[in-house]
Design a protein around this ligand. Structure first.
Ligand SMILES: [Zn+2]
Length: 198
């Protein structure tokens, strides 16, 4: 099974030790099972065979509406705020206040290619309509933030299809399926996450 790459090397940036240390502590704190999405690069057919017909329709709809690409967080703070504030209630609960606060640029992080903090968005034209912050440790990705705009149907189906077929990581870990509230658990399962005990 793919595991996070916590090893330091001469290519590591000056912020790698701190970044890796924080995520190692997080990882060691996780109680299995882990909700894992097996990733590519795989062709669209392989992924589509793993999800049910309703999820396949959602994915096709998303493909007609959105494109996906990485972006630099600090260049898109307003767009992130608009996604964050687009829906006051999510999964039956008010948005946590952290998502409603104004965002500020962060100190640049000097990280290496194995240890990275990636921001990936769904775009409707030039409008950001969803994002995922993916922490990458070698071939292992961890979902740190994941949010879609309230007025962007099927966008998260498209996002996770894109991630599953991309080359960012071999596996993406998003807490667990069974430990999520029922709405989120059903969503994770529908887009291909499975609980795995390593
Ligand atoms: Zn590194």
């Amino acid at each position: 099974m793919t595991r996070p790459d916590f090893a330091s090397s001469r290519d590591c940036g000056m912020d790698c030790p701190d970044f890796v240390g924080r995520w190692r502590a997080w990882y060691e704190d996780q109680v299995p099972p882990f909700g894992l999405l097996e990733c590519g690069p795989i062709d669209g057919k392989t992924y589509m065979e793993r999800i049910d017909s309703k999820a396949r329709n959602m994915r096709r709809k998303a493909d007609r509406l959105y494109t996906y690409a990485r972006f630099l967080r600090d260049h898109r703070l307003g767009a992130l705020e608009r996604v964050n504030r687009s829906k006051p209630i999510r999964q039956g609960k008010p948005m946590t206040s952290a998502y409603l606060e104004a965002l500020h640029p962060e100190r640049p992080q000097f990280l290496c290619l194995r240890h990275r903090d990636l921001w990936i968005a769904a775009w409707r034209g030039t409008e950001m309509v969803a994002y995922v912050q993916l922490v990458v440790l070698g071939r292992y990705g961890i979902v740190n933030k994941s949010l879609g705009h309230a007025e962007a149907p099927a966008v998260m189906n498209g996002m996770y299809a894109y991630l599953a077929e991309s080359m960012y990581a071999d596996v993406i870990h998003y807490l667990s399926v069974s430990g999520s509230n029922p709405g989120l658990a059903a969503f994770k399962e529908s887009v291909g996450f499975r609980d795995v005990t390593p």
